[in-house]
Design a protein around this ligand. Sequence first.
Ligand code: F0G
Length: 461
Amino acid sequence: MKTIIEPFRIKSVEPIYFTTRKEREAILQNAFYNPFFIHAKDVLIDLLTDSGTNAMSSHQWAGIMEGDESYAGSESFFHFEKTIKDITGMPIVIPTHQGRASEKILFSIIGGKGKYIVSNTLFDTTRANIEFSGAEGIDLLCEEGKLPEVPAPFKGNMNVEALKKTIHEKGAANIPLCVITVTNNSGGGQPVSMQNIREVKEVCRENNIPLFIDACRFAENCYFIKLREKGYENKPVIEIAKELFSYADGCTMSAKKDAIANIGGFLAMHNKELADQCRNLLIITEGFPTYGGLAGRDLEAIAIGLNEVMDEHYLRYRIRSIEYITEKLVAAGVPVMQPAGGHAVYIDAKLFLPHIPVEYYPGQALVGALYIEGGVRGVEIGSLMFGKYDKNKKLIPAQMELVRLAIPRRVYTQSHIDYVTEVIIEVFNKRNDIKGLKIVEEPPMLRHFTAKLKIAGEHTN
Ligand code: F0G
């Protein structure tokens, strides 16, 4: 196989800044071992997230100049609306400033005490918005999705039997929505098969439960379907996307991912009554329904990005580049989630650092070590993000302790990717020196963003 090349050339560049190991040690300590507190200029390769960190194309930048900034009835809104209607087949499109704004609006209306929202896996902001409404989120991931090192083609699938059981236990009337996250971010960026979506839809239909897609990374998911699911190998990604959305009653979207934009989101749906309620909330939280918290130029950039993301040369490069890192890491013995996800590499911190118990946050410890070794910033997706406490303040750990290295779209070159791989392998070779961490301060919700930590005592080593 030939070298993976970027399917673009570079017209505008941005410097990245080098620091010494000694400087990084001090920076990390001052940031309370939390990567969210590190200033971006102190990061060499920033893999904290693929959200809003995308490089826009010259076509999108031209769209930015064309943006119609009218308060009502902006031309850019109609371009945005038409693009989304074409892809999703959904007649109602409501712009928001980002994914979680869509979630907040939706769950304020359909959530509430005594309700259950079922999902393959809810992303953390989705779960937080559900819980904030008083409802409960239930993840029903398929069994193979829970085994990081065991490859399977669609590890993001929902467990259909568990869905039936949950509906039976909780009662369909108490389940106002089923959400399928594509690709399954918190479960390793793993795709969901069309067959699984079809089966889930059937169960939802029988029980009168609407199905929504959390569509952040829909194009990456559709490309995996093309690569891995029988019958889709010769279909264009746009056709696969249309079929995927055809099974849904609505969707939430963060345009900061697969719309290759820097900000934005939307809700789309079929149900007019629900949409009217959403628009009422939109007006008091986001703005008038033809801009919803966005500038006209953002609507334009999103409309263009949504088409660019389905270009198969782009998708092939994106998926292959992430698979390439995973292959190199596997060859070096580094425990990573397999197969590679769509937007990120997930390292299994429990296996990487078996000497650090989960109470001392091995994922967060590994995030710190990667930063010190090479200025690479990743994020923990484990017990710091999802852990809870029992009545005695004892940690109830997350299912997995992962470290995510998310690759921004069209930002880094293949040599940056090689560098990151070298840094991870170097850290792996020195893994026995890494120490666990303790929380010294934390907020009540979404604690990973602002928790402060320190190195735990020698006993964790
Ligand atoms: N759903 C999924 C699957 C996500 O990955 C995200 C964001 C959201 C919803 C919320 O969207 O950020 O626009 O409000 N994920 C980012 C990440 C933050 O780093 O994975 P948002």
